[in-house]
Design a protein around this ligand. Structure first.
Ligand SMILES: *Cc1c(COP(=O)(O)O)cnc(C)c1O
Length: 405
């Protein structure tokens, strides 16, 4: 799954280019940097690799989401419809621009349910933000249709699905804007970093200024830049961009290993008729960073997790429903609106309401779902061992449950 597994000489070489000049910042210092522009180069590679017109690097995926929202004009009081299964960064970014995260159910794609989205639309809805979790995607045609009907913005949080495609287009390039994260455990890593991708020049120019204190980057030097609006500092450094540059050139390798290993492990789980798999929308191509699978009931899933733990085969298997920080059930700080500084009253009221909101449709899916992270370095022998051990555990639990019944 993560690019850090194949960190090597290529990354060291790119970083060394930057260390040679000592110009660690992405803007300015045109003379001393001796033609080394790693961030610019990475932005160009991103547009070419993923097929978008513009790319703006940021200091993190969270910063990329915040930047995209600001550039799309999402702000105070606007409602952003997002899934109940995601990483906390998605709602953090919504809150950071003054908007309101409206959490709704997922379906067996493990992403936004288009029906749940429809029911959540109000006069204040401004944006639909699908999160393409664990390498695969939401039903983007259905969501685009809803956006067109209600004149809403489509912002893709594609932070976890670098390399996945939908109807031939890269995830993250299909909505009005999309983001990737390049944090340490993502498919491509910069250590920390992110990107806003868009085909709109206006959204790009706004993203560019927003991430650098509102600089228009049109002056002869930084001091001569104008500031058409207020921005912040969400810049990536040249050192981080250098790592990403080496990584993006290996993306083809990452993806082919992921696909190969995913398929091989899946073949083991497919031998068990009680197991079903995450639904990939028609026309979608999963990046295969995870293999997500379902057991028939919550009880069986919990027993399988416990048995995998007992037998030492749980590592790399995520039971998001209770064990991790990716599902609404674990977000007490959000449900209690626990912030350091005051939220707006509208934001606070909306968050406190989450305490009384239940997500039975999502619970019914997440309580039966286990995601297995796919390693890039797995050998055939290791996949065989993993597959045999996992299926042995599952068969044992299914047998025990059948005897109890
Ligand atoms: C990783 C991630 C982000 C952004 O994370 P950063 O660590 O800030 O780069 C956003 N959304 C999702 C779904 C993620 O997995």
């Amino acid at each position: 799954m993560p690019g850090f597994e194949l960190f090597g000489d290529e990354e060291r070489k790119e970083v060394n280019d930057v260390l040679e000049t000592g110009i660690l910042m992405r803007y300015g210092f045109d003379g001393p940097r001796k033609g080394v522009w790693k961030a610019k180069e990475l932005e160009k590679e991103i547009t070419e690799t993923f097929g978008c017109t513009y790319a703006q690097l940021t200091s993190s995926g969270t910063a990329a989401l915040t930047t995209a929202m600001a550039a799309l004009g999402i702000g105070a009081g606007d409602e952003v419809i997002m899934p109940s299964f995601t990483f906390v960064a998605s709602f953090e970014a919504v809150l950071s621009v003054g908007a309101i995260p409206v959490l709704v159910d997922i379906d067996e794609t493990l992403t936004l349910s288009p029906d749940a989205v429809r029911s959540a639309i109000t006069a204040k809805t401004k944006c639909i933000m699908p999160v393409h979790m664990c390498g695969s995607m939401a039903d983007l045609d259905a969501l685009k249709q809803i956006c067109a009907e209600h004149k809403l913005i489509l912002l893709e949080d594609a932070c976890q699905s670098i390399g996945g495609t939908y109807k031939g287009k890269s995830l993250g390039t299909i909505g009005d804007a999309g983001t990737f994260s390049f944090d340490f455990v993502k498919t491509i890593t910069c250590a920390e970093g992110g990107v806003v991708m868009t085909n709109s020049k206006e959204i790009y120019v706004k993203s560019d200024g927003y991430t650098d204190h509102g600089h228009d980057h049109l002056g002869v030097d930084r001091g001569a830049d104008l500031h058409p609006f207020i921005g912040y500092n969400y810049r990536i450094s040249e050192l981080h961009a250098a790592v990403g540059l080496a990584q993006i050139r290996k993306l083809g390798t990452f993806l082919s290993l992921q696909k190969k290993h995913n398929k091989a492990l899946r073949a083991y789980l497919e031998q068990i008729p009680e197991i079903s798999f995450r639904v990939v929308p028609e026309g979608g191509d999963d990046s295969c960073s995870f293999l997500s699978w379902f057991l028939p009931t919550e009880e069986i899933t919990k027993a399988v997790v416990a048995e995998m733990k007992a037998q030492g085969v749980l590592a790399g298997n995520f039971y998001w429903f209770v064990n991790n920080w990716h599902y609404i059930s674990k977000w007490d700080h959000l449900k209690h609106a626990t912030t350091l500084n005051a939220l707006s009253e509208t934001q606070k009221t909306a968050l406190l309401k989450l305490k009384e909101t239940s997500f039975p449709a999502s619970d019914a899916i997440m309580s039966r779902c286990i995601s297995t992270a796919i390693g890039l370095l797995w050998t055939d022998e290791q996949i065989k061992e993993k597959g045999e051990k996992m299926t042995a555990v599952i068969r044992k639990v299914l047998q025990e449950q059948a005897q109890h019944a």
